[in-house]
Design a protein around this ligand. Structure first.
Ligand SMILES: NC(=O)c1ccc[n+]([C@@H]2O[C@H](COP(=O)([O-])OP(=O)(O)OC[C@H]3O[C@@H](n4cnc5c(N)ncnc54)[C@H](O)[C@@H]3O)[C@@H](O)[C@H]2O)c1
Length: 379
């Protein structure tokens, strides 16, 4: 595979996970060359390289920019990861595509469907791939479970229940002006829960048809919601229930999934950093060990112990897939279309709460900004 030129736009918190994944690709797999880092903040790129431990010999080849448009023009990267505040994803993504780059946009893909459609159309026109930062799709055994659910190994899928209790205290929202705003972020649903909703809909395997949702802002000083509930009716009579909040204990962040099928069920999740999984087959046996063994031997075959170590950074799986997809001209596993679908469902929950009634999908268009004024201006 030809070595591709990689750039990262946005050197804030999540960027460390990206740069670590990029370093693994660069040093161990030799698939990419890290060509440029961009951030409007003075010193952000250097701090990021320090925190990740980029070796000196690589640093000399990495160009640092403040202006992403200049970087795109001068460096012409094949691959561009964008980890800037959510409200800027569409504008920067479109520029990168126009410059001929495959892109990896952090979640949420965009904050409006019109922007998502522009990105998808632009990438399609240039035969470029869009990957989205939906890392839950790269957690251990998830892809095998998704394939088995889709193949009917657990019988008919009946419903799913997903809970995201991702506690954050006020200081989380106070650390940057864009957090918790209707124009640049959204709240517990658009920022935290979208990962889990994306995964649950992928596991359930059918698109949502109707959405009933309610959002509230209970304890945080911000514009958007810190609590949301939704019931989604999917095609083929499947149901999905969602609870998403940042009002819980920050030390016990939890994302939990339950899927009930006619011939088995699945319980999986993460609680305070500890993963758990139970896969019950038609005879009532827990077969999760079988899934884990298969997963570990596949990883060992692919990349030895080094590949297993990468499991502590799920962005690493996202990067491997994005880079291979770009090279092969196929859609990534977390592709732009699925990123759009996740945004559409979250926007439908907001719209349902705003209108006080059920909302049907597909949504024609709805912008997160339309929620402005939904809650009184400040708590
Ligand atoms: N997939 C995940 O697990 C995950 C986790 C956290 C955040 N995110 C997403 O990643 C994005 C960034 O989140 P974060 O927590 O890293 O935020 P952050 O505020 O820590 O970092 C954003 C960085 O982008 C820079 N920036 C802003 N505008 C820019 C521009 N025009 N050009 C270059 N740099 C610019 C800022 O200076 C800042 O350093 C958000 O969309 C968020 O939803 C995803």
């Amino acid at each position: 595979m030809k070595k591709m030129k990689y750039a990262l736009i946005g050197c804030g918190k999540v960027a460390a996970k990206h740069l670590k994944a990029a370093l693994y690709q660069c040093r161990k797999l030799n698939t990419i060359e890290i060509a440029a880092l961009v951030d409007t903040r003075e010193g952000a790129a250097e701090d990021l390289m320090d925190s990740v431990g980029v070796p000196k010999r690589l640093r000399t080849g990495i160009r640092v920019y403040k202006d992403y448009a200049q970087m795109l023009e001068e460096v012409k990267p094949d691959l561009t990861a964008i980890t800037t505040p959510s409200g800027s994803h569409a504008v920067i993504g479109l520029k990168a595509i126009a410059a001929g780059s495959h892109i990896l946009l952090e979640k949420p893909l965009t904050l409006s469907l019109a922007e998502a459609d522009q990105l998808l159309a632009a990438a399609n026109e240039k035969s470029l791939q869009i990957a989205v930062g939906h890392i839950y799709r790269f957690f251990p055994v998830v892809q095998q479970l998704q394939a088995d659910l889709a193949a009917g190994k657990f019988g008919q899928i009946l419903y799913g229940d997903v809970k995201v209790r991702w506690g954050h205290d006020q200081s989380y929202y106070d650390q940057a002006a864009w957090r918790g705003t209707w124009t640049n972020d959204g709240g517990a649903l658009m920022n935290q829960s979208i990962h889990a909703l994306d995964l649950m809909i992928w596991l359930l395997g059918k698109p949502a048809l109707t959405v009933n949702g309610r959002v509230d802002r209970q304890i945080h000083r911000m514009q958007a919601e810190d609590l949301g509930f939704a019931t989604l009716q999917l095609a083929d009579g499947i149901w999905c229930q969602l609870e998403g909040t940042t009002n819980t204990d920050p030390e016990r962040q939890e994302a939990s999934f339950f899927v009930r099928c006619t011939e088995g069920e699945l319980r999986a999740g993460i609680m305070a950093g500890r993963p758990r999984i139970e896969v019950i087959d038609a005879d009532g046996r827990d077969v999760s060990g079988r899934y884990m063994r298969r997963f570990i031997s596949q990883k060992l075959r692919e990349g030895g112990l080094g590949a297993l170590k990468q499991l502590t950074n799920p962005h690493s799986g996202l990067y491997s897939d994005w880079i291979q997809a770009a090279a092969a001209g196929r859609s990534p596993i977390a592709d732009g279309a699925s990123g759009r679908q996740a945004v559409e469902m979250v926007l439908a929950i907001y719209k349902s709460s705003l209108l006080g009634r059920q909302v049907e999908l597909p949504l024609t268009d709805f912008k997160l900004e339309q929620m402005a004024g939904y809650f009184p201006e400040q708590l």
